[in-house]
Ligand binder design. Structure first.
Ligand SMILES: C[S@@+](CC[C@H](N)C(=O)[O-])C[C@H]1O[C@@H](n2cnc3c(N)ncnc32)[C@H](O)[C@@H]1O
Length: 270
């Protein structure tokens, strides 16, 4: 019987490198083709919309708004109001892809922080487009890399539901706020009704997996008060996913003495 001699390691290494190189070239060409097709599709859609009769345009606009406000960003309507009160040196925590960015008033110093680098290219592109002077920092919310009393406004939109340690995050917000500063928040909290609250508690483990660690059943208003903030205004807003209601838009003043706060549980009433 003739035994095949094993392929020498040098030839195998070359083969693997060749395969990897070809894979890279194919992926790059594929990416360019897909990008070009997407660009052409965007141009075609824009032209079709621009040349459509007014009735069709109005209908398309309704579909677009429905998609954006009901599915893509159901809190979209509340964002402009939330950031309208941001003044001076502004820090937004848990920015994600930073949907609030373009709504900030220009002229103020604007810094965003998030523990998660996912979508960093998108965020940088948005910064270049809407606010080239804004800065993004990737750091845990429980240990913000800023000196004490360095911001006039801290904004949190749908971030405290995700923060791993809500009490520590609130303690950090209090620390970085200047005396007289303001904490602006848009947060969904645990429902008041027992059935809705039970549903939120039951759905949270799966929801958390699908929605980036978000908790539906947090008593966030109570946690803000426990952290020593005084809530000056908290209004339920319209919009938001059905299970993530109610959502509150609020303004809170930081404690006079930033304090270390006990960890809050998720089972407190709001
Ligand atoms: C639901 S998103 C909200 C994004 C954005 N602020 C908005 O208004 O749509 C929650 C954000 O909080 C961030 N986040 C907060 N605490 C986190 C933690 N402990 N671990 C991971 N991500 C956290 C996530 O990275 C995510 O960007």
């Amino acid at each position: 019987m003739i035994r095949k001699s094993p392929r020498p390691p040098v030839a195998r290494g070359r083969f693997v490198r060749l395969l990897a190189g070809m894979g890279f070239v194919f992926a790059a060409v594929g990416w360019l083709i897909v990008n070009e097709q997407r660009r052409r599709a965007r141009v075609a859609i824009r032209n079709a919309v621009l040349h459509a009769p007014p009735v069709a345009r109005a209908r398309l606009r309704r579909v677009w708004l429905w998609w954006k406000l009901r599915l893509a960003d159901p809190w979209g309507r509340c964002r402009a109001r939330l950031v309208a009160d941001a003044t001076g040196d502004v820090l937004e925590i848990g920015v994600g892809r930073w949907p609030n960015l373009k709504r900030y008033r220009s002229g103020d110093r604007l810094v965003g922080v998030d523990p998660n680098r996912r979508g960093v290219f998108l965020v940088r592109r948005r910064i270049r487009r809407f606010r080239p002077d804004a800065q993004i920092v990737y750091a845990p919310l429980e240990a913000l890399p800023f000196p004490a009393a360095s911001f006039d406004t801290v904004v949190s939109s749908l971030a405290l539901c995700t923060a791993r340690d809500q009490a520590a995050t609130l303690g950090e917000i209090a620390r970085v706020l200047r005396p007289g500063g303001r904490f602006l928040f848009l947060e969904h909290v645990r429902a008041r009704g027992p059935l809705a609250a039970w549903l939120q508690r039951a759905a949270t483990p799966l929801w958390s997996l699908l929605a980036d660690g978000c908790h539906l059943d947090r008593a966030t208003l109570a946690a803000i008060t426990q952290a020593g903030f005084s809530i000056e205004m908290a209004e339920p807003t319209v919009g938001g996913w059905w299970l993530a209601r109610p959502t509150y838009h609020g303004i809170a003043a930081p404690p006079l003495q930033p304090q270390s706060v006990p960890a809050t549980t998720t089972s407190e009433a709001v």
